[in-house]
Design a protein around this ligand. Structure first.
Ligand code: ATP
Ligand code: MG
Length: 355
């Protein structure tokens, strides 16, 4: 509990010098909520004011109206209960402060309240990074577990598909169709196996691998045609041929399918998905656009975090995190360019490769 020598309207001498020396910003008010002390750090920063302009004035004239409305009841509570209060405030969304409101006692009477502001922006950022790295470590364990669990059933599925196809071939006139599906199943199982291997770290991305943008986008979209989320979605693909990107086709397929599925879910089943490829200097760019509501600005900073999802019933929240790390692993990037009300917009940037 703090006790400082305070005169009714000003705080002079050593007491004031000590308050100025403290590495926190603070002010003191009396029982009429008049400012009697205002230290040097409280004069600085976005909400700082020179003390000559605030000392002796009512707090209601010193703080912005919104700030006073939230602050006054808290200070009054300290006067009436004699107990300190604690909380956090954000200034214009950039800095985070821990605020402590402490009673100043003369005998048993609370004569003043001291409001102390400590900038905890960096400390909080560090805590958030630690939480994120914990989550990433957990993600690593999870991925290893999933990869292990999934590889045996995959081998079983591949075997069953072969047997099924050889039995079904006996059905007259259906042979082409059956073979087409058999190929699809086999290709997809092989793709899963490759993904699993790369998740386990057993397969390093092939150095120098390149993907034909139009062909990979075409294949990804063909696979999605059958997905229930795409039944009423118009798909427009504008990807010119002869564009080669510095990434292996499986990774690119995973990125495109993840983005397209997100778009379809955001459009809640109906709308237009546009995939547009282009060359930009030494880079190849792939834009995935939808006519959904777009990404709300309040979640934009979080959508690439592992496990962040707004739809836990359908998603794991790993889609964008994995897609970004696949693209960044090849020196590219994946960014969200979405604006609220203008639809979803994601851009994949990759190094252009030579044929
Ligand atoms: N095109 C989009 N339009 C609007 N919001 C989107 C779009 N794409 C992604 N989002 C938002 O970003 C969040 C995170 O996406 P991400 O792909 O990482 O996870 P998910 O799709 O929820 O789950 P998963 O991909 O694991 O199935 C989504 O839950 C959604 O809120
Ligand atoms: Mg997703």
């Amino acid at each position: 509990m703090a006790t400082v020598a305070a005169s009714p309207t000003s705080l002079e001498g050593l007491g004031a010098a000590i308050l100025d020396a403290l590495p926190v910003s603070l002010y003191v008010v009396d029982r009429k909520l008049r400012v009697v002390a205002w230290n040097r750090l409280r004069e600085q920063g976005p909400l700082g004011q020179p003390r000559g302009r605030v000392l002796g004035r009512p707090l209601s004239r010193v703080l912005p109206p919104g700030g006073f409305r939230t602050t006054a009841p808290l200070i009054r509570a300290v006067f009436s209960t004699g107990r300190p209060q604690q909380g956090t405030v954000e200034t214009r969304g950039t800095r985070l402060f821990q605020v402590r409101r402490l009673p100043v006692l003369r005998g048993r009477r609370v004569t003043h309240v001291l409001s102390v502001f400590e900038d905890i922006t960096e400390q909080r950022a560090l805590e958030m990074r630690l939480i994120a790295s914990d989550r990433l470590a957990f993600l690593g364990q999870l991925v290893a577990g999933v990869a292990h669990e999934i590889s045996n059933p995959l081998a079983g599925i591949a075997g069953c598909a072969e047997i099924l196809a050889s039995l079904a071939c006996k059905v007259e006139g259906q042979q082409d169709e059956v073979e087409r599906f058999q190929r699809l199943i086999r290709d997809e199982v092989a793709r899963c196996e490759r993904i699993v291997r790369s998740l386990l770290g057993a397969a390093r991305p092939q150095a120098g691998a390149t993907a034909d943008l139009a062909a990979t986008v075409g294949e990804s979209l063909r696979l999605l045609e059958r997905h229930p989320a795409f039944h009423r979605i118009k798909v427009v693909s504008r990807t010119p041929g002869k564009l080669l990107a510095g990434i292996d086709p499986d990774s690119l397929k995973q990125v495109v399918m993840g983005l397209a599925l997100n778009a379809a879910r955001a459009m809640a089943g109906s709308g237009t998905l546009t995939v547009r490829g282009s060359r930009l200097g030494r880079q190849v760019v792939l834009d995935v656009l939808d006519t959904g509501p777009g990404v709300p600005p309040e979640i934009r900073p979080r959508i690439f975090e592992p496990f962040f999802t707004t739809d836990p019933s359908q998603g794991t929240g790993l889609g964008l995190a994995i897609a970004r790390s696949l693209v960044r692993g090849r020196g590219g990037d994946l960014v969200c360019r979405s604006r609220r009300g203008r639809g979803g917009s994601f851009r994949v940037v990759l190094a252009a490769a030579r044929p």
